[in-house]
Ligand binder design. Structure first.
Ligand code: SF4
Length: 409
């Protein structure tokens, strides 16, 4: 079995957002943001509950006017997760959100620039023990800082964050997380790398305005995933132009894939299919993915197109199925335990997954059908006889190419 490789995380200080610890060795948390009008309390709470169900730890709501602040006063006590108020331009709305009882604030230093306003918010937050995220965005960077650095550069983003941090220091406020987001992925990566050498405050990672699926997801994973793999980042948000539940699920999955959070959902691995495939791998894999995700079964499950290589290549998976000749070979940790009809492949996978969840891997291996391994070996041998070692007939094709090239000279 492959040994687990663990990402070594950078040490940061810790802040507390309601019941969720961020930084200081706490699990990397997943954040998302509501798309409803915050003043519409019922619609916002419905979305917050949907996000919490999708695995989000912290939710941000815009506080863009006094009605939104009134909404927050009703939302916060009924929310299943801590609520962060997102503040732009009007520092008075930050004070109103604190009054509403929010668990944290996000301030954009690019559009709340008067030091006395920043200090007033930090003082009020300190009195209530509420942390603040300094949320620098490449697109709304303070123009004076952009001029000083010759544009939106990693150094400029970090300078904006550190300038805000200095205002907080003046009033003795240290309960701070920082983000330096940009929509340009290499820029964002460099900014966070630089920031991580300049401060030990916990970092909130994100690629801002990443866009719709699938490119938005690819950009977010490229930026956030790269930094997490380097040990940088304490909390994340994937900003997708999509239902926020999708960004919550994707964020959670990214952390599970990197081994930074315990698996809550299925990890389906499947072969890309090739000339040997005995089944429509794409259809079987997607049916299995849907069935297992709906049941919230946190196992690694393999769908392999043939029994020639399938069980061996996926031996680290908790369970899997490989297609034989009109049959499915069900295997647990690489050992074939049962042979089923091809039409039953997905049902058999789901049943076995549920049995593993109820009884454990060892019990299911002990209950293996004694004849299954022999049946799989017989199918494997027959398929090798049919198609040989070279299922795509590559050697024959090369011989034909060589014969043609020889004839052309
Ligand atoms: S050899 Fe079998 S398991 Fe491997 S890609 Fe081809 S069909 Fe899938």
């Amino acid at each position: 079995m492959a040994a687990a490789t663990v990402i070594k995380r950078r040490q940061t200080r810790q802040v507390q957002v309601g019941s969720v610890l961020v930084g200081g060795g706490a699990p990397v948390s997943v954040q998302s943001m509501t798309t409803t009008k915050t003043a519409d309390v019922d619609a916002t709470l419905a979305q917050i509950y949907a996000l919490a169900g999708a695995g989000v730890d912290i939710v941000r709501c815009t506080c863009n006017d006094i009605d939104a602040a009134r909404g927050l006063a009703q939302i916060v006590p009924r929310s299943p997760v801590p609520i962060v108020a997102d503040i732009h331009f009007q520092y008075r709305l930050a004070l109103a959100a604190l009054e509403a009882g929010v668990d944290a604030l996000r301030l954009n230093p690019g559009n709340i620039r008067k030091p006395e306003h920043i200090r007033a918010v930090a003082s009020a937050a300190r009195e209530r023990g509420v942390p603040i995220r300094i949320g620098v965005n490449g697109g709304s960077l303070d123009p004076d800082i952009a001029d000083r650095f010759g544009g939106v550069t990693p150094e400029a983003l970090v300078a904006s964050a550190l300038q805000e941090l200095a205002y907080f220091d003046e009033v003795g406020f240290e309960d701070v997380k920082i983000s330096v987001k940009a929509s340009n992925v290499p820029l964002m990566i460099e900014a966070y790398r630089l920031l991580s050498t300049r401060t030990d405050h916990p970092l909130h990672l994100g690629v801002t305005e990443a866009g719709p699926l699938p490119a938005g997801l690819i950009k977010s994973v490229a930026g956030i995933g790269t930094l997490l793999a380097e040990g940088i980042g304490d909390t994340i948000r994937l900003s997708l132009t999509a239902d926020p539940v999708e960004e919550a699920k994707a964020g959670r999955q990214l952390l599970e894939i990197l081994g930074l959070r315990e698996r809550k959902s299925v990890d389906l691995i499947s072969c890309p299919s090739c000339g040997r495939a005995e089944v429509d791998v794409i259809a079987v894999a997607s049916q299995a993915q849907d069935a297992l995700a709906a049941r919230e079964i946190p196992l690694q499950v393999a769908v392999m197109g043939c029994v020639v290589n399938g069980p061996g290549e996926a031996r680290d998976a908790d369970l899997g199925i490989a297609a034989g000749r009109s049959k499915g070979h069900l295997f647990v940790r690489g050992q074939v335990v049962r042979v089923v009809d091809e039409a039953q492949m997905v049902d058999a996978l789901v049943q076995e997954a549920e049995a593993i969840m109820a009884e454990g891997i060892e019990a299911r291996l002990a209950a293996a059908d004694a004849g299954a391994a022999a049946a799989a070996e017989a199918d494997r041998a027959a398929m090798l006889d049919d198609k040989g070692l070279d299922a795509n007939n590559v050697e024959m094709v090369i011989k034909r190419i060589e014969a043609g090239a020889g004839g052309a000279s």
